[in-house]
Design a protein around this ligand. Structure first.
Ligand code: TYM
Length: 321
C-alpha cells in the first residue's frame, strides 16, 4: 500500500498542518510505503520571493526530519527534483475539463482573497493529481481542505483510463481524520498560513507566546463562570491535553477566579512541552544544511526511479514514442 502526501513551503508549518497531515504521515511510516514531498512547484502559485521560498522549503524539510521522517524507510524529497511530474501534469491537463477546475473551492477562495487568478493557480489541482498518480498512490492523508483535490484526481484518472481503455492510473483515496480535519486558528476560523491566525509548530518562545495570547475569546470577567464548549482556547487545548487534563480545565472554566489569560498560559506550556522532544534534532539539521540537501537528493533518486518507469509506461500508452 502506498501512502503519499505533500506540503507547500508557502509559510511556516503550523499546528493545523501538523495535526491534519504531518503527524499522520510520520506515524504511517509503519503502515505502508510512505512518499512525502515538499510541494515547491505548488508554492510558486502564491510565493514570488526567492529567499522566502528557499527558507520555507528548507524549514519544512528540517521539521519533517526532526519529527521523525525516516529517509531510509520512506521516500522524502522536494517536488522540483523529480521533473517527471511536470510531464504527467501536461498529459493529464488534456483529460481535465475546464468545468472540473472551475468548481475547485480552493481556487475560488484564493482568488476571492486577492491572489492573482493565474493559470498556475487555476491548474494547480492537475499538478496535484500528477503528484499522486505518478506514484500509484493508494492513500492520501490530508486535511479537509484538500479532499476535493483528491476527488478531482480520481475524476482525472478515471477519464484517462477510460480514454486509453486500460486501468493504468491508480485511483487514490483521501484519508481524513474527522477530529482534526479542520484545526481552527486563534480567531476561530480555519487555521491557515494566509489568515494570520496560526500557532506555529517550531518558533521562538516569544512568537509562540504572542500567538497563543492572541487567541480570541469572549469578554467574560475573572469572577464569572465561563463556557468551554465553543471557546477557542479550549478547542486548541483539545489537541494537546489528555482527558484528565481537559476535565481539569473544564472545572477551571466553571470556577470563578481565573481568566482566559491563565488558560492561555496553561495551553502555552502544553504546546511547548509537546514539541520540546524534537527540538534537539531540529537544531542538528538546522546546523547541517548540507546533510539536509543530501537527504532530499537521496529521496529524489528513489522517487525518480519510480517516476521514470511510470512516465515511460504512460508515454507508451498515449503514443509518445
Ligand atoms: P497545504 O500545504 O496547504 O497543507 C498541508 C496539509 O495540511 C493540511 N491542513 C490542515 N489540516 C487541518 N486543519 C487545518 N487548519 C489545516 N491547514 C492545512 C492540508 O489539508 C494538507 O493536507 N495542495 C496541498 C499540497 C499538495 C499535496 C499534493 C497534498 C501538493 N501535492 C499531493 C497531497 C497530495 C496543499 O496545499 O497543502
Amino acid at each position: 500500500m502506498r501512502i503519499l502526501s505533500g506540503i507547500q513551503p508557502s509559510g511556516t508549518i503550523h499546528i493545523g498542518n501538523y495535526f491534519g497531515m504531518v503527524k499522520k504521515m510520520i506515524e504511517s511510516q509503519n503502515d505502508g510505503e510512505l512518499f512525502a514531498f515538499i510541494a515547491s512547484y505548488h508554492a510558486l502559485t502564491s510565493v514570488k520571493d526567492k529567499e522566502f521560498l528557499e527558507k520555507n522549503s528548507y524549514e519544512a524539510a528540517i521539521n519533517f526530519l526532526a519529527l521523525g521522517m525516516d529517509p531510509e524507510k520512506s521516500t522524502f524529497w522536494i517536488q522540483h527534483d523529480v521533473k517527471e511530474v511536470l510531464e504527467l501534469y501536461w498529459i493529464l491537463s488534456n483529460h481535465t475539463s475546464m468545468g472540473l477546475l472551475e468548481r475547485a473551492h480552493s481556487y475560488k477562495d484564493k482568488t476571492a482573497r486577492g491572489l492573482v487568478a493565474s493559470h498556475g493557480l487555476f491548474s494547480y489541482p492537475v499538478l496535484m493529481a500528477a503528484d499522486i498518480l505518478l506514484f500509484d498512490s493508494n492513500i492520501v492523508p490530508v486535511g479537509k481542505d484538500q479532499i476535493q483535490h483528491v476527488e478531482m484526481t480520481r475524476d482525472i484518472a478515471t477519464s484517462f483510463n477510460h480514454a486509453y481503455k486500460k486501468e493504468i492510473l491508480t485511483l487514490p483515496v483521501a484519508k481524513v481524520d474527522e477530529e482534526v480535519a479542520t484545526v481552527l486558528g486563534t480567531d476561530g476560523a480555519k487555521m491557515s498560513k494566509s489568515y494570520n491566525n496560526t500557532i506555529d509548530m517550531f518558533t521562538t518562545s516569544k512568537q509562540r507566546k504572542k500567538q497563543v495570547m492572541s487567541i480570541v475569546t469572549d469578554s467574560k470577567e475573572l469572577d464569572e463562570p465561563k463556557e468551554w464548549e465553543n471557546c477557542n482556547i479550549y478547542n486548541i487545548s483539545k489537541l494537546f491535553m489528555n482527558e484528565d487534563e481537559l476535565k481539569d480545565l473544564q472545572k477551571r472554566y466553571l470556577t470563578p477566579g481565573e481568566g482566559y489569560g491563565h488558560f492561555k498560559l496553561t495551553l502555552l506550556e502544553k504546546i511547548e512541552q509537546y514539541f520540546k522532544p524534537y527540538e534537539e534534532k531540529r537544531e542538528y539539521f538546522a546546523a547541517n544544511p548540507k546533510k539536509v540537501r543530501e537527504i532530499l537528493e537521496f529521496g529524489a533518486q528513489k522517487a525518480r526511479k519510480i517516476a521514470s518507469e511510470k512516465i515511460k509506461e504512460i508515454r507508451d500508452i498515449v503514443g509518445l514514442i
